[in-house]
Design a protein around this ligand. Structure first.
Ligand SMILES: C[S@@+](CC[C@H](N)C(=O)[O-])C[C@H]1O[C@@H](n2cnc3c(N)ncnc32)[C@H](O)[C@@H]1O
Length: 383
C-alpha cells in the first residue's frame, strides 16, 4: 500500500528555476521546471542520462542539460519535437544572429502574395507580418539544422499572444482558439491586425530567452512505446508527464503554430495518443512502461506526473496514478520507491483568462507523482 504525501518540496523553488530558455515557447499541459529539477538533483549525478518520452516543450531534457546531465527528449508531436530539439542543441548566439541577418537580407516582400494562405491565418496577422512569416516558413529547415530549429522555436514562441512582443492580433498565447471563435470575437470587438516586424521581434526574443546549457542533449520524434533510437539499459532517470485520458488535442489547439510548421493539425492528433477509455489508457501505459523498463539501466528510476481526471460519464474523479501503479507498473515488476506525492495546482494557471469565456478541460487540480525503480533482475516480457 502506498501512502500519499502532500506539499512537495519543489513548491518553494523559483519559477523556471531562474533559467530563461524555458520560456522559449509556451505549451499546453507543460509542467514547471522545478519538478524535473528536484528529481534530477535527487537521483542523478553529472553526465548521467535523463529521458522524457513525452517531452512537450522540452522541460525535462533542458533542465537536465542545464545541470550537466545528458537530456534526451522524445515527443510524437512535431511542435513538441522542434521545441525539444531547439533546447537540447542550442547554437552559439552569433550563429543565430548571422542566420537572421542572412534571412533578412534575402527577404523580398514583393515576391510574396498573402492570397496563397487560407483566410483563417490571414485574419490573424497583418499582410506586412504575414509575408515575413510565409517567407520564413519556406526558408527555415527546422528538421535538420539546429540554428533553424532555434529560430523556428522563437517564431512559434512569439506567434500569438496579447502584447506588443507577439505577431498576431490580441489572443491567448498558450493555445489557439477555433477559427470561427476568433472570427466572431474579432468582429464583435473590432480587433485590428497589428503591423509587427518579425525580424525585430525575433532579435528581442533572442535577448529575452537565449541561454546555452553546459551539455548538449538529443531530441526524437517517436511514439513513446517504440523508442527505437534509444539503447536498452542506457537511461539513469526518466521524468515525464504522459498524456491524460482525452483532455487535450495538441494539434487542434495549436493549428496556427502547426500551419507555420507545415504540419496538418488533424494528422498530428491522429498520431498522438488520446482516449476516454480507462481500459485503453492502461493498455497504452503498460506499453509505455515496458519501453521505459527496456531503456532504463538496472536500478534506474522513473518519475511519472499523472493528473487526476473526471470520468466523462460518471463524473467521478479518477486517480490515474493509482491505476497506473496497480495495473501497469506493479505487474511489470517495477518497485515503488517513494510515497505518491500530491501536487495541487491553482485553478487559474490551467487556462488563459485573456478571452474570458474559455472552458476548462476535464483535468482537475490534483497532479500525483509516482516514483518507480527498475529492479535489477530479469525483465518481464510484455505483449
Ligand atoms: C502532458 S504533455 C507533456 C508536457 C511536458 N511535460 C512539458 O513540460 O511540456 C504530454 C505529451 O505527450 C505527447 N504524446 C501524446 N501521445 C504520444 C505518443 N504516443 N508518443 C509520444 N508522445 C506522445 C503529446 O504531444 C504531449 O506533448
Amino acid at each position: 500500500m502506498i501512502r500519499k504525501m502532500t506539499n512537495p518540496e519543489w513548491k518553494y523553488y523559483p519559477k523556471n528555476m531562474g533559467n530563461k530558455l524555458h520560456s522559449l515557447c509556451s505549451y499546453m499541459a507543460m509542467f514547471p521546471p522545478s519538478i524535473p529539477h528536484f528529481f534530477i538533483q535527487k537521483y542523478t549525478a553529472p553526465r548521467d542520462t535523463v529521458l522524457d518520452p513525452f517531452s512537450g516543450r522540452g522541460t525535462t531534457p533542458l533542465e537536465a542539460c542545464l545541470q550537466g546531465r545528458i537530456g534526451i527528449g522524445n515527443d510524437k508531436n512535431p511542435l513538441a519535437y522542434v521545441l525539444t530539439f531547439a533546447k537540447t542543441n542550442v547554437p552559439q548566439r552569433g550563429c543565430i544572429l548571422l542566420r537572421l541577418a542572412e534571412l533578412e537580407k534575402n527577404y523580398e516582400p514583393s515576391d510574396i502574395s498573402v492570397k496563397q494562405v487560407e483566410w483563417q491565418i490571414r485574419m490573424i496577422f497583418s499582410n506586412y507580418t504575414l509575408k515575413q512569416l510565409i517567407y520564413l516558413r519556406e526558408q527555415l529547415n527546422w528538421k535538420t539544422s539546429n540554428v533553424d530549429a532555434f529560430i523556428t522555436a522563437m517564431v512559434l514562441g512569439i506567434m500569438h499572444g496579447n502584447s506588443e512582443g507577439y505577431l498576431s492580433l490580441k489572443m491567448p498565447n498558450t493555445f489557439s482558439m477555433s477559427p470561427n471563435y476568433i472570427q466572431g470575437f474579432v468582429q464583435t470587438h473590432g480587433l485590428k491586425r497589428p503591423k509587427r516586424d518579425t525580424f525585430i521581434l525575433l532579435r528581442k526574443k533572442l535577448n529575452r530567452c537565449y541561454q546555452k546549457p553546459k551539455v548538449k542533449g538529443k531530441a526524437y520524434n517517436q511514439d513513446a512505446r517504440h523508442l527505437r533510437w534509444i539503447k536498452s539499459d542506457s537511461i539513469d532517470l526518466i521524468v515525464t508527464s504522459p498524456p491524460y485520458t482525452h483532455v487535450i488535442k495538441y494539434g487542434k489547439f495549436n493549428w496556427i503554430r502547426s500551419w507555420f510548421l507545415k504540419e496538418d493539425a488533424r494528422k498530428i492528433d491522429s498520431q498522438l495518443f488520446h482516449t476516454q477509455s480507462l481500459t485503453r489508457y492502461l493498455k497504452f501505459m503498460t506499453g509505455v512502461l515496458a519501453e521505459m523498463q527496456r531503456v532504463l539501466k538496472p536500478n534506474g528510476v522513473s518519475v511519472l506526473v499523472l493528473g487526476d481526471v473526471r470520468d466523462k460519464y460518471s463524473k467521478i474523479e479518477v486517480n490515474l496514478a493509482s491505476h497506473v501503479w496497480r495495473s501497469c507498473a506493479k505487474p511489470l515488476d517495477f518497485e515503488s520507491i517513494e510515497e505518491i506525492r500530491e501536487d495541487r495546482i491553482p485553478e487559474n494557471t490551467k487556462v488563459s483568462k485573456i478571452w474570458g469565456k474559455l472552458k476548462k478541460g476535464r483535468a482537475t487540480k490534483v497532479d500525483r507523482i509516482l516514483v518507480l525503480r527498475r529492479r535489477p533482475g530479469l525483465k518481464k516480457e510484455v505483449r
